[in-house]
Design a protein around this ligand. Structure first.
Ligand SMILES: [Zn+2]
Length: 261
């Protein structure tokens, strides 16, 4: 079963060569819009490959349901995202690597569910991110600090007053993509977790100027990817792929997930 890697920050394509050569490219047509082109990379002799979806638009212009529908359509179970994030907490600085372990949803115009008609999206957010993928990231990137993520779709940046408010709520980083992707993934019984790279400071702090620290952090995260994928348990131990069992038993959901709505 292939994995999906979502790159929500610019990455030189050559840095992904350790995941294998490109064996296939595809654009997936979903009811929520086209997704791709996605490239599949696979090591020779490996049993599974990785579909890679580069950043292709602002979340205000791309329906995140399209991405997750495409993942399911490609037979993916596990999704790992790498996203550039704003460090709200004052002890986070450019080039730090973080692991979101919980989130606050401050999006206002994003789709909240696949199930507008049936209400089958009543899914526990505990844990908010897939435990299997999170454990693999922790194991291979021990420097990744656990953080609470605040999702705001932008495209504008937060104000200084908002940065202070978000910190009072307990948020340590802000980003554009993980919310609502992580809970929409749960609705389709997909595993989802992310690595965050701090690329900027919150608006209540001095602006940070780069000296290659984001490039270094990006390289560290990308170099850990083959080991992260290799550390994932088979079969999954997390239970994400059973999140809709109750809805299925109640007869709320048809067997064919493409008819879920
Ligand atoms: Zn999972």
């Amino acid at each position: 079963m292939p994995h999906l890697l979502i790159l929500a920050l610019p990455i030189p394509p050559r840095s992904l060569e350790k995941l294998g050569d490109i064996t296939e490219e595809q654009v997936v047509r979903s009811p929520f819009g086209d997704v791709g082109p996605l490239a599949r990379r696979q090591q020779p002799g490996a049993s599974t490959g990785v579909w890679i979806l580069p950043y292709f638009g602002s979340p205000t212009h791309t329906d995140p349901r399209a991405t997750l529908w495409a993942a399911k359509d490609l037979g993916v179970q596990r999704i790992l995202a790498i996203e550039g994030m704003v460090g709200l907490a004052h002890d986070l600085t450019r080039g730090d690597i973080v692991l979101p372990t919980d989130y606050i949803d401050w999006t206002k115009h994003q789709p909240a569910t696949f199930f507008e008609k049936t209400g089958a999206g009543y899914i526990s957010q505990k844990p908010p991110f897939c435990p299997d993928i999170s454990a693999a990231i922790r194991g291979q990137l021990p420097q990744a600090r656990p953080v609470i993520y605040l999702g705001a779709e932008g495209p504008r940046h937060e104000t200084a007053a908002e940065a202070r408010m978000f910190q009072q709520w307990g948020a340590q980083v802000r980003g554009l993509n993980l919310v609502p992707e992580t809970y929409l993934a749960k609705e389709l019984e997909l595993c989802f977790a992310a690595i965050g790279l701090i690329t900027a400071h919150g608006a209540d702090r001095e602006r940070a100027y780069g000296k290659g620290e984001v490039r270094r952090a990006t390289r560290e995260a990308l170099e850990a990817l083959p080991a992260i994928f290799a550390a994932l348990p088979h079969p999954p131990a997390c239970g994400c792929n059973h999140l809709q069992d109750r809805a299925r038993q109640r007869g709320v959901l048809p067997k064919d997930w493409r008819k879920w709505q």
